[in-house]
Design a protein around this ligand. Structure first.
Ligand SMILES: Nc1nc2c(c(=O)[nH]1)N[C@H]1C(S)=C(S)[C@@H](COP(=O)(O)OP(=O)(O)OC[C@H]3O[C@@H](n4cnc5c(N)ncnc54)[C@H](O)[C@@H]3O)O[C@H]1N2
Ligand code: MOO
Length: 405
């Protein structure tokens, strides 16, 4: 009875309202901090550059002296990493290399291409203005300045900034721990050859990957057989590891072997909801086992992934303190699409023209078809009860994979 099923947005609100961002923190060296979330405002420990330096290879000069045609006596050399011991006096120049501290007395650098060497003198071929080719001390940033805000996700550029600011390690929030458990007697581990009636447990790795991409530390708990003791043992593993989120796959529906919900409830899980107005994904279950959030996803791999995208991604990002990811985009039906049923339908689709946003649904929306999921650019999001669409009608899509980046 779809009319009595919980709408997707209500289900998402219930899930997110019951989830608090992680507050525990630790220190990580810069390499390990990649992809993590900074746990305080990062104050620069140093001024950058720490001293006025030459931006070019050439000669440190007094700009008043360095007029076109003038000759200057070269009285010394300073390279990067050295400290100039003499000053540039009127009528003189000091040979200087990129990154070297500017000697006192000099106010500019003339690049060597604009000079002619004549023994111990140089001739200026092109005059320079004051401050030419000089990186002023502190022109990048200054000691005490906030370089990065608490909550920033650390990546290539801001890690480089942290390193420049004097940090070899950074305070970061703990990542949410996400445990992924497949259930079903018919499943074999990916890479094993399925026997009669068996299939590869393909859904788990997608969820592990999605969790990691959203800032989680993810663990694959493998496969539990369709019996309460096997499910219980795996749930205990998740608890012992300290999982913040347990995601189960399969056994969520109404069959005699669908034991995940009853087993977890027997272990003390309180149920937030079970079954929602979503296609695929109707049998989605959400509950809490002590401090651990439990997401019970349907077994069909497409259903599991779509539910994870709609529910697990925002949940993990909230725990990880990452801003919600907006995958939604307006698009246009490239062809006629039939009316929708009573559940919000996420239809695998491909762009025929990305620039114009023209999109066509995959021919079959069967939730066991993994190849069409891997091939899709987006999911068309059909509201419950949406009427038929004509070519050119506007619609909304949720971007996937490369299309989303
Ligand atoms: N009488 C009804 N039957 C079904 C209903 C229903 O409302 N009434 N709902 C259907 C829908 S919708 C879905 S979705 C499935 C979900 O059921 P379960 O969560 O109980 O999933 P299973 O039965 O365990 O598995 C379904 C399907 O997916 C395969 N599977 C399971 N785990 C994995 C995995 N880790 N990797 C790859 N494939 C997996 C499993 O072998 C089955 O083929 O129920 C419908 N039935
Ligand atoms: O809702 Mo099931 O999840 O359609 O395949």
């Amino acid at each position: 009875m779809a009319g009595s099923l919980l709408p997707v947005d209500d289900a998402l609100s219930i899930l997110l309202n019951g989830a608090l961002p992680i507050t525990d923190r630790e220190s990580c060296d810069l390499v390990e901090a990649d992809g993590r979330v900074l746990a305080e405002d990062l104050i620069s420990r140093i001024t950058q550059p720490p001293f006025s330096a030459s931006a070019m290879d050439g000669y440190a000069v007094r700009s008043d002296d360095a007029t076109t045609g003038a000759t200057l006596l070269v009285i010394g050399t300073v390279a990067a990493g050295e400290t100039p011991e003499i000053s540039v006096a009127p009528g003189t120049a000091i040979r200087i290399f990129t990154g070297a501290p500017l000697p006192s007395g000099a106010d500019s650098v003339v690049i060597q291409e604009n000079t002619e060497v004549m023994g111990d003198r140089i001739r200026i071929m092109k005059s320079v203005t004051k401050n030419a080719n000089i990186r002023a001390a502190g022109q990048d940033f200054r000691q005490g300045q906030v370089l990065l805000a608490d909550g920033s996700r650390l990546e290539a550029r801001n890690l480089s900034l942290a390193a420049a600011g004097g940090y070899g390690s950074l305070p970061v929030y703990h990542r949410p721990k996400v445990a992924v458990l497949a259930t079903g007697d018919e499943l074999v581990r990916p890479g094993e050859t399925p026997g009669t009636g068996q299939i590869s447990a393909s859904a788990g790795i997608a969820l592990v990957s999605l969790a990691r991409a959203n800032g989680a530390e993810a663990r694959d708990l493998g496969i539990a057989a369709d019996e309460p003791s096997a499910i219980e043992a795996a749930v205990e593993d998740a608890r012992a590891w300290g999982a913040n989120v347990l995601i189960t796959i399969g056994g969520a529906s109404v069959g005699d072997r669908d034991l995940v919900g009853p087993t977890l409830q027997a272990m003390g899980m309180s149920l937030d909801f079970w079954k929602i107005a979503m296609r695929p994904g109707k049998p989605l279950m959400v509950g809490n086992l002590d401090a651990m959030k439990v997401l019970g996803l349907p077994g069909n791999p497409v259903s599991a992934y779509v539910c994870a995208l709609v529910f697990a991604e925002p949940l993990i990002r909230r725990l990880a303190r990452l801003a919600p990811r907006d995958r939604l985009m307006r698009a246009v039906a490239a062809e006629a699409i039939g009316p929708n049923g009573p559940r919000r339908h996420y239809m695998r689709a491909r762009f025929s023209d990305r620039g114009q946003g023209l999109v066509s649904p995959s021919a079959s929306q069967d939730s066991s078809l993994i190849a069409t999921l891997a091939d899709a650019d987006c999911l068309i999001v059909r509201p419950p009860g949406d009427g038929p669409l004509k070519p050119g009608d506007p619609l909304e899509v949720m971007l996937l994979g490369k299309a989303a980046s």
